[in-house]
Ligand binder design. Structure first.
Ligand SMILES: N[C@@H](CCSC[C@H]1O[C@@H](n2cnc3c(=O)[nH]cnc32)[C@H](O)[C@@H]1O)C(=O)O
Ligand SMILES: [Zn+2]
Length: 451
């Protein structure tokens, strides 16, 4: 067996407890084979090594030193538009609708596939650096994004975002076809690390007949559905006015509410919608930073979780966040969840850590999210040796409230080390940053010329 040992750290186990353990990984299979309790005998279960220091354990083909560190499942960013890193800080301080129409969509109209690739590379770099190993992406030029995911070594669920409002029937249909085609073509790419979804942008930006057609085709090929739902009152009210039903009821009526589907935001949900989501098994991806920045509102996270809805976390695009750091998202989710519930006990530390790990994997239907034998070897190793992480009364508290993405020292996905001692191995960090900055500056020039 070709092995990787993550040695000498404290490990976050699926039950939320932390133990001093090594994690042994089968690099070829990309899975965890053993998690040892470094108890009196100092042995690693299933591996039989004595409790010696990392350097003295020659049995593994590769060793990652996790001394003084916390080993956690790689984080899951369950909703983003990763190439929007190019638009980070481009347009701020506006509500969703004018922000999209006046600033973002005109800029995206000038984006080339090369730009999308440059932005996706920058996003991949940022995610690896901050311990994220899996993400869901809704954008365009997705073949380029898939290529970046493959090279970067990440895991992803990818889809082409469809918008039909303002388009004639032929263009609208072409956008739907593109999303369905991409979902078929890219599924299983990057040695199976890439899965796909049909991704209509939202229930208001895609017309009903197109939604029905696309969803029916997606169901036929077994492809899950991802869309923005109940993000703002501007989006909910017209559906209620025109149809006399809430958005989640509408989603159910067009067969878009299934157990493998995952909806972003879910800010403005009433009790009947929460029940419907729970009954259908559709997950909600909570994006607290984006919801605060665009003043969209506060998602009822505590109520969703109590109802049994799977809740994951997403950053949304870097233009509405403005970073891809899931540690920030955990803290924001906890803070905002308490404020929304008017209860400091709501959305506690364990809940946000679960949402960022197992909840994310479950929502996306991707492996990972748990450190246990047989699970995918997707890991982040957090360096606890920092003033803002001292002392360590409770590591889970630190993950939710004090850790930053820059505290991650190693990142592993599918058994491959993507970052070792803060050096990203799969991407040339300097080149990626330079290329993205140049692409963004050219883009702004082109948008200016087009205006
Ligand atoms: N094929 C579509 C592309 C849609 S991709 C997904 C879209 O979601 C947009 N987006 C980013 N953040 C948000 C958000 O918070 N809510 C709704 N849309 C967003 C993003 O800018 C992008 O235009 C077209 O022809 O325009
Ligand atoms: Zn979004």
């Amino acid at each position: 067996m070709n092995t990787l040992r993550v040695a000498g750290g404290q490990v976050l186990r699926p039950d939320g407890h932390v133990t001093e353990s090594d994690v042994l990984v089968d690099r070829d299979a990309g899975t965890i084979v053993a998690v040892g309790d470094d108890t009196a005998a100092g042995r690693t279960e299933g591996d039989g090594e004595a409790g010696t220091s990392a350097d003295e354990r020659p049995d593994a083909d590769e060793v990652l030193d996790a001394d003084g560190s916390l080993v956690i499942p790689g984080l899951v960013n369950a909703h983003t538009h990763v190439a929007m890193t190019l638009l980070r800080g481009y347009a701020d301080d506006k509500p969703l609708d004018p922000w999209l129409r006046e600033d973002i969509w005109p800029a995206e109209a000038e984006l080339t596939p090369d730009d999308v690739e440059a932005g996706a590379e920058l996003g991949a770099l940022e995610m690896i650096r901050s311990g994220t190993t899996a993400f869901a992406d809704m954008y365009f030029a997705m073949d380029r994004v898939a290529d970046v995911v493959d090279r970067a070594g990440l895991r992803a669920r990818l889809g082409h975002g469809v918008v039909t409002v303002g388009k004639d029937d032929a263009d609208a249909r072409a956008d739907i076809e593109e999303s369905l085609a991409i979902a078929t073509e890219l599924d299983g790419a990057a040695d199976g690390r890439i899965r796909t979804a049909f991704m209509p942008h939202s229930l208001t930006t895609v017309g009903e007949e197109f939604l029905r057609e696309g969803v029916a085709a997606a169901r036929e090929s077994g492809v899950p559905i991802h869309l923005h739902a109940n993000e703002t009152t501007d989006e909910v009210d017209p559906i209620v006015d025109e149809r006399g039903e809430r958005p989640i009821a509408y989603a159910a009526a067009i067969d878009a509410l299934g157990p493998d589907d995952f909806f972003a935001h879910g800010v403005h949900l009433d009790a009947s919608e929460i029940d419907r989501l729970a009954d259908a098994g559709t997950a909600i991806v909570h994006c607290p930073a984006s919801n605060m920045k665009l003043a969209s509102g506060m998602a009822p996270v505590q109520r969703l979780r109590e109802a049994g809805v799977t809740v994951a976390l997403g950053t949304d695009g870097a233009a509405s966040n403005n970073d891809l750091d899931v540690f920030d998202e955990m803290r924001d989710a906890a803070m905002l969840g308490k404020l929304a519930a008017d209860d400091a006990a709501a959305v506690p530390a364990e809940a946000v850590v679960e949402m960022a790990t197992a909840g994310g994997s479950e929502a996306l239907g991707l492996p990972g999210g748990r450190i246990e034998p047989g699970a995918a070897a997707d890991l982040a190793v957090v360096d606890l040796d920092a003033p803002h992480l001292t002392p360590v009364h409770d590591p889970v508290s630190h993950l939710a409230y004090a850790t930053r993405g820059s505290d991650v020292r190693h990142t592993v996905c599918d058994g491959t080390v993507l970052m070792r001692d803060r050096e990203v191995l799969t991407l040339d960090a300097d080149a990626v940053q330079e290329r993205a900055a140049a692409a963004a500056s050219d883009l702004v020039d082109r948008v200016g010329d087009a205006a």
